[in-house]
Ligand binder design. Structure first.
Ligand SMILES: [Zn+2]
Ligand SMILES: [Zn+2]
Length: 313
């Protein structure tokens, strides 16, 4: 999921998750122009995902650290990695192995309903319409900027699951289309109405999603020909990424006005999606995610330290 004007914002966030805080370091790691970097950092601090803090007074210098709201994006980040490992793993140079510290198992995650502890399956969360419009609108704005893959920057890391994932999703419309199909809307015209998207854009994205193996297309009528679309397994697996996006939106964009707005159809209670380890069923906390690779381990420790320092200052 990408962010602000293009993929740059998402890449900046990833650097932040790896412990990078200083302008010059973002600049050299990302090979982005100064003007663009400065613009994107302004955006990220503006929406509250990062904070700008002085680390030196003469001359005055600032660093950029993840806010609590930014750190909370870890669920989405982990789930995108999980998706890329599962569905595009054969195209990657190496996988970054992660373990769940409390049980020691290879990290594997899924959402449960906090009210009934059942897994949250596609189509089982019912949304209040007004809420949905507002949330999708805002998330859509974020995704729009996070996902414009045409502007996807080249950067040095050979392991880049996120760009593989972005290749597959295409752009914000693709994720919203998958979201609609997963929620049980299958016919072209119904998807078009639900998303209020131009027909040519919808056609275009559906062709792309079909070629990426995310949706399958069936004719349900011959004359005139009409089609419906169904999710392939990789698209079903994106449901968790979408749920993470919603859960994050609930926590940060509508903190006071949430519980009644999402209902878990299975139990009829307010839906508060809880990300749990599929091996031990404990909730996934960012502190409990261990990287096998020593470099990644160090990067994560560094990042945690910057966040703790920021919180304490
Ligand atoms: Zn439930
Ligand atoms: Zn576990």
């Amino acid at each position: 999921m990408a962010v602000l004007g293009d993929d740059w914002t998402f890449l900046i966030l990833r650097q932040a998750f790896w412990g990078v805080t200083r302008f010059e370091n973002f600049l050299s790691n990302l090979a982005v122009s100064r003007a663009r970097l400065s613009d994107r950092l302004k955006y990220l601090t503006g929406i509250g995902v990062m904070e700008r803090r002085p680390y030196q007074t003469r001359p005055e210098r600032f660093e950029y650290v993840l806010s609590e709201m930014g750190l909370d994006l870890f669920e989405m980040a982990l789930l995108i990695h999980q998706w890329a490992d599962r569905w595009r793993g054969d195209q990657l140079d190496s996988n970054i192995e992660k373990r769940h510290r409390p049980c020691g198992a290879h990290l594997s995650m899924g959402f449960q309903c906090a009210s009934c502890d059942e897994p949250i399956a596609p189509g089982t969360i019912v949304e209040d319409t007004g809420y949905r419009c507002r949330l999708v609108d805002r998330i859509d704005g974020l995704l729009h900027r996070w996902q414009r893959r045409k502007a996807a920057p080249k950067h040095s890391s050979s392991f880049d699951p996120v760009s593989y994932a972005l290749e597959a999703f295409g752009d914000r419309w693709s994720l919203l289309i998958i979201d609609a199909i997963l929620s049980g809307i299958h016919r072209f015209d119904d998807i078009q109405r639900r998303l209020d998207v131009a027909r040519n854009i919808l056609t275009n994205r559906l062709v792309h999603l079909e070629s990426e193996g995310l949706v399958t297309k069936n004719a349900y009528q011959d004359a005139p020909p009409r089609y419906d679309y169904h999710p392939a397994p990789p698209a079903r697996d994106l449901h968790d990424v979408l749920t993470a996006t919603r859960a994050w939106g609930l926590r940060w964009l509508y903190p006071s006005d949430t519980d009644a707005k999402l209902v878990h159809r299975y139990c009829g209670q307010a839906a508060r999606p809880k990300l749990v380890c599929t091996s031990c069923a404990r909730p996934i906390l960012w502190e409990d995610v261990d990287y096998a690779d020593p470099e990644m381990k160090e990067a994560k420790a560094k990042m945690m330290a910057t966040v703790i320092n920021a919180g304490g200052s």
